[in-house]
Each structure stands twice: as C-alpha cells, then as structure tokens.
Design a protein around this ligand. Structure first.
Ligand SMILES: [Fe+2]
Length: 324
C-alpha cells in the first residue's frame, strides 16, 4: 500500500436542508461565511484555514471530512490507488486540488492540497495573558493591565481541531486510515474481556513535528445503534475564556447543550459539546496535548475515555445515532 501521511484535518462536510439555519448556528458558534455558492456554504474561523466547515444543501446527512496533503505529489500518489478518484481542481474559496474516496464505512474522505491560506488578525488569535499568582515577577504576564475578555461574544476559533466518526470496526478503519493517510494510534480504548476496540484516538504522523493528541477519533458504532457516520467535530478556540464565552452565547441563543464544560483525560483538552439544529455534535476545545510520532500507543478503558478530570458526567446521548 503506497499511501501518504496527511498533515492535519482540513474541513468537515455535512448536508442540511436549510443552509441559512445552519449558518446562524455556525456564526453563533464562532464561524463566518467564506462563501455561499452552488448551494454550498463555506465557513471559516479566525485562523489561516480558508474554510473549516462545508455544508451542502440537501437531505440532512453527514458526508465526511477532508485532510491536508503536503504536496501535489501526494495527491498524485493517492489518485493511483483504487480507493481514490483522479485529481480534481477545487472551485471553492482559495482554489487548490483534491482527491476523494470512501472509507470502509462509506464515509467520504477528501484529501486536499494548495488551498490558499486566509490572512489572519494575530491580535485576535493571541490569548489575553494570565497571571499565575504567588511570588516572583515571572508568574505575572499582565502587570498594570486589566483583563477584559469582551463578553458577550462568540468563541474565537483558531482551527478545526479534530473530528470523530462512528464505524463498524475501529480496527478495520484504523488500518485503512493508517495505510492511506498515515494515521497512527495514540490511545486505544478496549472493550473488557474481548479483543474489540471501542475507540481509537489517532494522530497524524509528522515525524519529529508536533501534532494534536488526536486529529481523528474512530469509535465503534455500537453506541449509535450500528449506524456509522459522524461522532463529533471539534474546533480549537483561543483559550479557556473562549470556551466559557461561547458556552454563554450558545446557551443564551437556546441551542441544545450536549456535554461539558470539563477536562478530558484522553487529549487533556477542556471541552464543551453542542448540538447543531440538525443534531450534529460540535465541540469547542482548548489546551490539548501534543505529541511527535515517538510517543508509544497506550491502551485504556472505556471509563477513562468517556470520563473527565473535572466536569459533569458524560451524557447518555453523546455519540448516539441522532448525530451520525
Ligand atoms: Fe473531541
């Protein structure tokens, strides 16, 4: 198998009947419109990604995810494999090229290269410094200055952080994503007394370069009544204030809260999960672990994976078939 190693996740793709309704939610969640063309809505965050979310008009469905390749040669490589299409030019904002294919569960996988980055406002992406207290000037990053975080406002999204899918067999899917896109496991969640994996938290293989603890979560569809599809989409925000500010805005607007605010064990990030008007789960998160490709895989329990270091218990609806 002559696959590639993707650099990161690029965008998620859903399909909904009312793009205006979804755009309102995504705006309140912290995104802005990049373009609306050919019945397709492209939304960006505050980071350099031209867009981080794509919604096409149609019957409610989850379509798939796109990942960044490092070069056009990588797209050429994939296009030679049976699982992927020929290279196509993108007519969406920022241009570029893509190949597309289907994973073992029929979930669409796009790999893109050459999409121009958007200009960013560095000030917007720079966290307001925090004072740590105690003694010693080095503990104080904000001296003779007040901290004002701009309430009320939506979260500032740095990038699409990671995404999760529910699948028939996480082992089979990991093999596929490893062979085609280079994903490697960080944490494997075992079902006790079986050789079944409940979930695999997988990361990009960037060699010595750092990458997120998980860019892709591959979870068993046993929790979604055997239905494969979306588990959740996660967006990295600037800092913890952004998680809480976003929470207040979404609550005020009457959106359905799913789970949070808390701090996960696997990935260590502070999380907050919401449902879109179409039931898909969207996460705000910050302060995630980062690893290079030397970190050894670990095996862990469902309790740890579904638990949190602090925060409310996981809901019994998280990851269910409503969101797929
Ligand atoms: Fe997540």
């Amino acid at each position: 198998m002559d696959g590639i190693k993707v650099r990161d996740i690029a965008f998620s793709i859903v399909q909904v009947p009312d793009l205006e309704l979804l755009e309102k939610f995504l705006f309140d969640f912290g995104m802005s419109r990049a373009a609306l063309e050919n019945d397709t809505l492209y939304m960006h965050g505050a980071g350099s990604q031209q867009y981080i979310h794509v919604a096409q008009k149609g019957e409610r469905a989850f379509i798939g995810h796109a990942f960044y390749a490092d070069s056009i040669k990588d797209l050429e490589k994939l296009s030679k494999l049976e699982s992927f299409s020929d290279i196509e030019e993108l007519s969406s904002p920022g241009g570029g090229n893509k190949v597309s294919g289907l994973d073992p569960d029929g979930i669409e996988v796009q790999v893109v290269y050459g999409i121009e980055e958007r200009e960013v406002d560095i000030d917007l992406l720079t966290p307001n410094p925090s004072n740590l207290g105690g003694k010693g000037k080095e503990n104080f990053k904000r001296i003779n200055k007040t901290k004002r975080v701009g309430k009320p406002r939506s979260s500032v999204i740095k990038k699409l952080g990671h995404a999760g899918i529910n699948v028939t067999d996480p082992k089979v899917s990991l093999t596929w994503y490893n062979q085609h896109l280079g994903f490697i496991p960080t944490d494997i969640v075992e079902v006790p007394n079986t050789d079944i994996y409940a979930a695999i938290f997988a990361r990009c293989d960037l060699g010595d370069e750092l990458t997120d603890h998980h860019t892709f979560l591959i979870q068993s569809n046993l929790g979604s009544e055997g239905k494969s599809g979306l588990n959740h989409i996660s967006f990295e925000v600037v800092d913890i204030d952004d998680v809480f500010l976003g929470h207040e805005v979404l609550k005020e607007k009457g959106y359905r809260h799913e789970w949070g605010i808390g701090r996960h064990f696997l990935g260590s990030q502070i999380f907050d999960y919401w449902r879109s008007p179409y039931g898909h789960i969207y996460e705000h998160m910050t302060d995630s672990d980062v690893f290079d490709n030397k970190k050894e895989v670990e095996k862990t329990s469902i309790e740890i994976a579904a638990g949190m270091q602090w925060g409310p218990d996981i809901t019994n609806t998280f990851g269910n078939k409503e969101g797929v």
